[in-house]
Write a protein that binds this ligand. Structure first.
Ligand code: C2E
Ligand code: CA
Ligand code: CA
Length: 448
């Protein structure tokens, strides 16, 4: 009876594999033994991909069957050469010993990944899942084998973020990157509380008259020590933290205040465009919170990247978009030409504007072919009554070319970088002074 109780305490009842507790007990011994025989302990952390999906769609019994299947695959692939455990949910561990041939771990991981990719049948349903694997090898220095678990977990995280169905070995570089990311993540959360995320504004110009027709609000982080930081420093991590929607909302609210300020100061800035993340578009509260802002028709545009429209079946997003339009907010397709969305699916949305990505715009002065591509996009826009904006207008030659191709609106370093609200005010004023001086002459590109 004692042995039975012990067995139960150390094994997982579903798969019969050793459990987390058992693993903890053997981990230190394994590492010590391995070292004694001139080898190293290695740990594979295996996590099923798409397991949750199976659980959600076919039920828990199906999920259980998949776990049992996975445990059978692991047992057969490891084949007595290591210790296999299930440490929770859909996570498994293989503990083994390597003698200077690290490559064999990669081969083992490959075999597991290949086998797990094969479809499994459950009550006539064809189920497919995959696995990601993080691998850590005891470097001989670690006193605590527990570090192996942590390191394998870090490597697993990397394998998942690199697209799943693959393995990654833990490295020291991964470790320091994770520490750095964690540090920035904490700072971002603090920065949100202290309202450190603010909009900078880059002006947009009518291609023909060169009048300012709007500004794009671009998020900046006013960091207490490092000064103004651009999105490349914080956006990816903010996405992982799931706080981009909060940043987007803050930027919109501040933009509306600044718009009022500019209008009170008699600067004619008719519109502000804000970037909107995919998450925000799925927000159930979005429309309600937009209503409360009392946005004046035509003064705000939402820039949405193509990838948002890839999933045509998302009725909720479609509904949200219709509501946004009804509130008088323009929809613009951002980074047009870089995504994988079909032109047809984009045009179904009837956006007010298309914004040609700067990667397409920058080469037009050197390459006639690239110019032709941009020209075709402008033609498409024209034929459908959609305005075309070009970003990345870096030189007056770009501006001239785009104007001759029929592009409506220009934005880029040729005219101005992003500035804070006061900076923009000064920019608009000094421009006005200059244009008043040349009022008698017709405005020409290149002059301003
Ligand atoms: P984007 O929407 O494509 O924004 C334009 C970016 O191009 C800005 O970089 C701008 O500074 C830069 N740019 C402007 N003119 C030129 C030019 O002539 N040449 C070149 N090479 N670049 C130019 P920034 O401010 O670093 O923003 C990077 C990206 O971050 C944005 O790309 C946008 O996708 C994202 N982002 C910025 N603010 C927000 C925000 O508030 N919310 C969300 N969700 N994303 C934002
Ligand atoms: Ca944008
Ligand atoms: Ca863009």
């Amino acid at each position: 009876a004692k042995a039975r109780i012990e067995h139960i305490a150390l094994h997982d009842s579903l798969t019969g594999l050793p459990n987390r507790r058992y693993l903890d007990q053997v981990l230190e011994d394994y590492a010590a033994n391995a070292r004694r025989t001139g080898g190293y302990a290695a740990l594979l952390h295996i996590d099923l991909d798409r397991f949750k999906h199976i659980n959600d769609t076919l039920g828990h019994a199906a999920g259980d069957a998949m776990l049992v299947h996975a445990s059978t695959v692991l047992r057969s692939k490891v084949d007595g050469e290591g210790f296999v455990a299930r440490i929770g949910g859909d996570e498994f561990i293989v503990l083994c010993v390597v003698h200077d041939d690290i490559e064999q771990l990669a081969l083992l991981a490959d075999r597991v990944i290949c086998q797990m990719r094969e479809p499994v049948y459950y009550q006539g349903h064809r189920c497919r899942f995959g696995v990601s694997v993080g691998i850590a090898v005891d470097n001989g220095k670690d006193v605590e084998a527990k570090h192996l678990l942590v390191n394998a977990d870090i490597a697993l995280y990397r394998a998942k973020s690199r697209g799943r169905n693959r393995y990654e070995f833990f490295t020291e570089a991964m470790q320091s990157e994770i520490v750095e990311t964690k540090r920035i993540a904490d700072e971002i959360l603090g920065g949100l509380e202290r309202n450190e995320f603010i909009p900078f504004y880059q002006p947009q110009f009518d291609a023909k008259t060169l009048e300012i027709v709007g500004v794009e609000a671009l998020a900046r982080w006013r960091h207490p020590e490092k000064g103004i930081l651009a999105p490349d420093v914080f956006l990816r991590i903010a996405e992982e933290l799931n706080v981009v929607s909060i940043i987007d909302r803050n930027i919109l609210e501040q933009s509306l205040l600044d718009l009022e300020g500019w209008s009170a100061a008699n600067l004619h800035i008719p519109r502000v465009s804000v970037n909107v993340s995919a998450r925000r578009l799925q927000d159930e509260e979005l429309i309600k919170s937009l209503r409360e802002l009392n946005i004046k028709k035509g003064t705000v545009a939402f820039e949405l990247v193509e990838s948002i429209f890839l999933d045509e079946n998302d009725d909720f997003v479609t509904w949200n978009l219709e509501q946004i339009k009804e509130l008088g907010i323009d929809i613009e397709i951002d980074d047009f030409g870089t995504g994988y969305a079909s032109i047809v699916s984009l045009l179904k949305l009837q956006p007010r504007r298309l914004k040609i990505d700067r990667q397409l715009v920058i080469p037009i002065v050197k390459s006639p072919q690239r110019r032709q591509v941009v020209s075709s996009i402008i033609e498409i826009g024209k034929s459908l009554g959609i305005e075309v904006v070009a970003e990345g207008v870096e030189t007056m030659e770009h501006a001239q070319t785009l104007k001759s191709l029929g592009c409506d609106i220009l934005q880029g370093y040729a005219f101005g970088h992003a500035l804070d609200a006061d900076g923009l005010k000064a920019f608009v004023r000094s421009r006005r002074l200059r244009t008043e001086r040349v009022l008698d002459e017709p405005l020409r590109l290149g002059r301003v």
